[in-house]
Design a protein around this ligand. Structure first.
Ligand code: HEM
Length: 490
């Protein structure tokens, strides 16, 4: 592996490049994106230059894919060529090497981590074992909302706290210093999320080391890493100082993720920095996407009262017959699942799939893609393309997923919010289950109203890009308590 990201070659050696917008010296095509949300601007450009487009982003040769057909080419036909992530100097600092799952190059270490993630950390059995922990967090959210029923609540903030709680307890177990730990996890998540764009842009000019210094990025990154490392170190020392980790501390009889990783460290499979790196992945990925997704789902449903009513009726009916909401009933919540898929289609948390990089030169659609080219897949644009989704592509219509074989597992290339191929998201079941349990409870126990002066038509849906595609402004709603049992008797 080279020591850093490849800087583009001179154009004469590049073969036939895909079409793309005009470039200027030094910054290439970067000026086309300045001041725009990247996924929206890249869709506009792809409408002019095609679904396989070439951009020179600073010093980084980049192809942007914006159709299901091209996505299949890069993620299935040429999956091996594009299985790497770009080696960002910043990820080396933040993710210990990098030695996490997201940024590690394909190789023995990455394969071992993927195996650990699928067999030990994020699989369906693990999700089931964590249900008791999750239910406690959700029930605490329900209690807070009940106490504030009838008044405006900042749902965005409350969801972030709940999902951080779920992620924290799943990762570290339930500890005595839990409250302090939750705050620390929230801090780590916010630090990484807030600096994501700045860090990415700083990587577009890898050979301009002075740029990182004069803009202060280097200093800020190191300071952020110092804080994050301190949090992780404290948590690990706390865990290791216990002689015996009682089963119930993991909640519901399952061990916490950290304990599993530390056991692997003791067996010599992982180093302490590798444990920290994986934990950091779990915190960032686990606390970023799920709350954003729930916020968008609630916002879309409040704008479509018929959808909200149908989803509420379904979950309340199942609740009446079972008397509880947990993962065992999710198979019966067909409409809620369709709501989640439709939210993932319109608001994929990473609108551009985490970047990949080619490790060999290859031919796609008659064009030459050089080794070392960054790949961006515009999942957001593909999910809104009328070619696959018809004239209602921009509308929120969960019905389109009822009785439809289209799923997000990475085989239907018109719908790939979790990516596809070798690098497909290993946290898919974990993430969806956490979204399902929170949404099902919000819909079952409350009716929802907009604050005075806001109507479904005027609800602000402006996007904001950080590490995920979130809402620019917090979602403020009024919960009205609803008792599904007594309301059905009346
Ligand atoms: C619920 C919403 C989530 C969405 C929409 C999502 C989406 C994605 C996407 C698009 C990728 C890149 C896939 C690719 O390159 O093909 C990814 C990778 C990844 N995700 Fe997720 N994710 C979610 C939740 C989670 C959760 C909860 C975790 C863990 C707790 C997680 C852990 C990871 C990891 C470790 C990778 C890197 C995989 C690799 O590079 O080998 N994700 N995710």
């Amino acid at each position: 592996m080279s020591s850093g990201r490849k800087v583009s070659n001179s154009s004469s050696k590049l073969g036939r490049l895909p079409p793309g917008p005009w470039r200027v010296p030094l910054i290439g095509s970067f000026h086309h994106l300045v001041g725009h949300l990247p996924h929206r601007r890249l869709r506009e450009l792809s409408q002019r230059y095609g679904p396989l487009m070439y951009l020179q982003l600073g010093q980084i040769p980049t192809i942007v894919v914006s159709s299901a057909e091209m996505a299949k080419e890069v993620l299935k036909t040429h999956d091996v060529v594009f299985a790497h992530r770009p080696r960002l100097p910043v990820s080396e600092i933040v993710f210990y090497g990098p030695s996490d799952i997201v940024f590690s190059p394909v190789g023995h270490h990455w394969k071992l981590l993927r195996k650990i993630a699928s067999q030990e950390l994020l699989n369906a059995t693990r999700v089931r074992s964590l249900q008791a922990v999750w239910e406690k967090e959700v029930s605490s959210l329900m209690n807070t909302l009940s106490m504030e029923a009838g008044s405006c609540v900042n749902l965005s903030e409350k969801l972030f706290v709940t999902i951080c709680g779920i992620s924290s307890k799943s990762t570290f177990g339930k500890k005595q210093n839990y409250k302090g730990q939750l705050e620390e996890i929230m801090l780590v998540s916010e630090l990484i999320s807030n600096s994501a764009t700045e860090l990415y842009v700083s990587e577009l000019f890898p050979s301009w080391k002075w740029l990182h210094i004069i803009t202060g990025v280097s200093g800020r990154t190191r300071e952020m890493c110092r804080k994050i490392d301190l949090v992780l170190q404290n948590i690990i020392v706390g865990e290791e100082s216990k002689d015996v980790i009682k089963e119930e501390e993991g909640g519901g009889g399952g061990e916490c993720l950290l304990k599993t990783l530390l056991n692997m460290k003791d067996q010599g499979d992982l180093t302490i920095n590798q444990v920290k790196a994986v934990i950091l992945d779990m915190i960032t990925a686990g606390t970023d996407a799920p709350p954003t997704l729930i916020e968008w789902a609630m916002a879309e449903m409040i704008r479509s009262p018929k959808v909200m009513k149908k989803a509420q009726e379904e979950v309340r009916q199942v609740y009446r017959s079972k008397g509880y909401i947990n993962e065992t009933i999710f198979d019966e919540l067909e409409y809620l699942k369709a709501v989640i898929k439709e939210t993932l289609r319109l608001h994929p948390p990473p609108p551009l799939m985490a970047p990949r990089e080619s490790t060999q030169t290859c031919e796609i659609n008659g064009y030459t893609i050089q080794s070392g080219t960054q790949l961006l897949v515009n999942v957001w644009a593909i999910g809104r393309d009328p070619k696959y989704w018809g004239t209602s592509a921009e509308e929120f219509l969960p019905e389109r997923f009822l009785n439809s074989p289209i799923d997000y597992k990475g085989f239907n290339f018109e719908f790939i919010p979790f990516g596809s191929g070798k690098r497909v998201c290993p946290g898919m079941s974990f993430g969806v289950a956490s979204v399902e349990i929170v949404l099902a409870n919000l819909l079952c126990h409350f009716d929802w109203e907009l604050p005075g002066g806001t109507t479904p038509e005027t609800l602000d849906m402006t996007e904001y890009m950080s590490s995920t595609l979130g809402r620019k402004n917090n979602l403020i709603l009024i919960p009205i308590s609803y008792n599904p049992i007594s309301s059905s008797i009346n």
